[in-house]
Write a protein that binds this ligand. Sequence first.
Ligand SMILES: *[C@@H]1O[C@H](CO)[C@@H](O)[C@H](O)[C@H]1NC(C)=O
Ligand SMILES: *[C@@H]1O[C@H](CO)[C@@H](O)[C@H](O)[C@H]1NC(C)=O
Ligand SMILES: *[C@@H]1O[C@H](CO)[C@@H](O)[C@H](O)[C@H]1NC(C)=O
Ligand SMILES: *[C@@H]1O[C@H](CO)[C@@H](O)[C@H](O)[C@H]1NC(C)=O
Ligand SMILES: *[C@@H]1O[C@H](CO)[C@@H](O)[C@H](O)[C@H]1NC(C)=O
Ligand SMILES: *[C@@H]1O[C@H](CO)[C@@H](O)[C@H](O)[C@H]1NC(C)=O
Length: 279
Amino acid sequence: MFMCFCLCLWSLNGVFGGDEVKSVSEMEGDSVTLNLDLSEILKEDILWRFGHNTVLIAKLYKNNTDKIYAENADGRFRDRLKLDHQTGSLTITNTRTTDSGLYKVTNGSNATPLNTFNLTVYARLPVPVISSNSSQCSSSSSSSCSLLCSVVNVSRVTLSWYKGNSLLSSISASDLSISFSLPLEVEYQDNNTYSCVINNPISNQATHLDINKLCQPCEDRGLSLFYIMLISVAAAGSLLIVAAVRIFCICRKTDQEGKYYLLLRELKRSLMWCMQELL
Ligand SMILES: *[C@@H]1O[C@H](CO)[C@@H](O)[C@H](O)[C@H]1NC(C)=O
Ligand SMILES: *[C@@H]1O[C@H](CO)[C@@H](O)[C@H](O)[C@H]1NC(C)=O
Ligand SMILES: *[C@@H]1O[C@H](CO)[C@@H](O)[C@H](O)[C@H]1NC(C)=O
Ligand SMILES: *[C@@H]1O[C@H](CO)[C@@H](O)[C@H](O)[C@H]1NC(C)=O
Ligand SMILES: *[C@@H]1O[C@H](CO)[C@@H](O)[C@H](O)[C@H]1NC(C)=O
Ligand SMILES: *[C@@H]1O[C@H](CO)[C@@H](O)[C@H](O)[C@H]1NC(C)=O
């Protein structure tokens, strides 16, 4: 009975007691206003608190002046908080991902918050990079091209491959991921449009696949390499032949006249003599 009573009280409190959490999302760098609507004349000071430790960050006094606690919460809100004296709303300018968290507003020292906001500030998304993941071409006899879509330093994002408008595959990262990638296999000569999309709940970035640039058929590359080698071998071969023919001719010439051989022998002898003298 008691447990049930407590449970009922707790759920009633959840619905009617202002315990409801309002979710607010914003893009990093933009300003966000956590809206309050205090139409009546203040009877108590209004207190804004942040995070698990519910650190006091701003106060709106009954006499309609305010105080911003810039050094609290590790000074993260320095010069970035504004209180609206009419409504009690709190504005955070130039938001950062570290501003994400719970914001509680209380009326005086009241334990029950007037309002609780769950702010999520999303980082600006990088443009996904599509690269080829087939390094060795010669070994592959398949007609498909291996691709990889990657992003770095992301958190709370989903990375997806689309063929036209239909989703092919996707993966999600919740925590910070230094390197995050998703593979795709396409046929060479595929005429469909493929795109890689990164998104979070409030924005997205897409890169379209240039299949002609990234998916050169293996055969083509293999063939051109084969031709280059063939030409090189042919060139080297003909050089060798020319050299051989010339050497053969010179040898025949010296054989006929005999003079060159004697001359060379004389030269060698005098050279040896010179060296001996010097030593
Ligand atoms: C408003 O009230 C606060 C706290 O009671 C006080 O510190 C502050 O000086 C008052 N401001 C004015 C303009 O009266
Ligand atoms: C704040 O609390 C006082 C009583 O302490 C109450 O009269 C007043 O209506 C409350 N204000 C709001 C906005 O709930
Ligand atoms: C706040 O929002 C985030 C993101 O939507 C969610 O993961 C988290 O559980 C929420 N926290 C609370 C206390 O509602
Ligand atoms: C990723 O983030 C870390 C730390 O935040 C930073 O040092 C690094 O330069 C970032 N890398 C890129 C490619 O942005
Ligand atoms: C990329 O290719 C390498 C081998 O070439 C393979 O080990 C790796 O798993 C591939 N990466 C993906 C994401 O498919
Ligand atoms: C792609 O388009 C070309 C002409 O633009 C066509 O000849 C070819 O059959 C198409 N390929 C596929 C797989 O649809």
